[in-house]
Write a protein that binds this ligand. Sequence first.
Ligand code: NAP
Ligand code: G4F
Length: 380
Amino acid sequence: MSSKRALITGITGQDGSYLTEILLEKGYEVHGIIRRSSSFNTQRIDHLYNNPEILNRKLFLHYGDVVDSSSINRLLEKVEPDEIYNLAAQSHVKVSFEVPDYTAQVDALGTLRFIDAIKEVGLDKKAKFYQASTSELYGKAREVPQDENTPFYPRSPYGVAKLYAYWIIKNYREAYNIFAVNGILFNHESPRRGETFVTRKITRAAARIALGLQDKLVLGNLDAKRDWGYAPEYCEGMWRMLQQDEPDDYVLATGETHSVREFCELAFAELGIELEWRGKGVEERGIVKEFDIEVISDKLRVTSNELTTSSHVTSHTSLTNGSVVVEVSPQYFRPTEVDLLMGNPKKAKEKLGWEAKTRLEELVKIMVNADLKKVIEKGY
Ligand code: NAP
Ligand code: G4F
């Protein structure tokens, strides 16, 4: 078991929560930076936070913000971490068009504040730094698949801010010999994914539609293609990058790409709903071609039996063949879109021994069934 100390920004996010579990399992003392919020923002780590064996023994939470240099310096001096994982970000691409300045403050300058503070407080020889870089850097991709040598062409304020962060990490590595790495991660998803990212929006809506709690799912660009993997595996990859002797940058990806439309088909199919598509562009509709009611009845019965509390949902939908369950609205289009991402994880496999194990079909199954369970339990 290790006695290393890790500091995580973005600990309350999808990746932060999985990374915390992984590091605790490996024997790390984990320190996380949380933001002050008017309501609870620790749901993803509540199972750790509420465990008296863990909180303030192995896991320590501190208020701070990556736009606030004083809190960064103070925490670095106080914690003296061996490893720092910079996961904090305004991470929603569409939202970055609405709040470009704030996105740059957090995603670009937040990274600079951290890496510079490491130097200023004298941790540059001790601490290893992981930067959450992204496949959004490839944007209007110059080649398929994309690897560590593919040129960047970001297509959003988010992508551009992350490009600055990528280069400042490289620059500080070369200028000051800091062990700092860029993990260029392709999309990774899980039941803990935020509800406004497309995968979670789809799996949650499919569950609610199958249970009769929602009529339709309204999406944007159905043609966009992404390389979707399973988040916990990617967080293990982050840790592996910091266990190397020399700092370097790595792509983590599955090597497959699928459209938003395909993701929808798989999600609804898991609930016994076969979709067919009619129309084009904003007129396109996802329509129920075949509905096998036994699938959702069985899942409802099994899940309700598994629950320790009584279920709030006892019946399913009255969907029929021909019901429209997916529509398109330009409201979800982006001013500039990233059409196709597909990563080449060869270097990570060779150097880190890392590879994605969960294929898309399995990922969709995990997410849909987790959402179904949540909806049955809560009733909304
Ligand atoms: P996420 O669920 O949106 O989590 C983002 C985290 O950052 C949250 O804990 C959030 O706190 C925190 N945060 C936001 N602004 C902050 C600020 N000003 N100061 C301190 N903390 C702040 O994102 P994720 O999916 O876990 O992704 C983790 C990182 O990887 C992000 O940097 C993201 O851009 C990057 N990335 C993600 C993917 C992916 O597919 N998931 C792929 C490539 C790169 P609150 O909980 O208080 O909001
Ligand atoms: O789920 P998304 O919002 O993820 P996106 O834009 O790929 O960004 C995520 O992955 C990046 C890694 O490549 C991360 F760096 C970033 O932090 C974030 O985690 O959208 C995926 C695709 C887009 O092409 C979008 O236009 O789905 C399309 N889409 C279609 N309808 C939609 C919707 N996206 C969202 N969020 N909501 C829709 O209704």
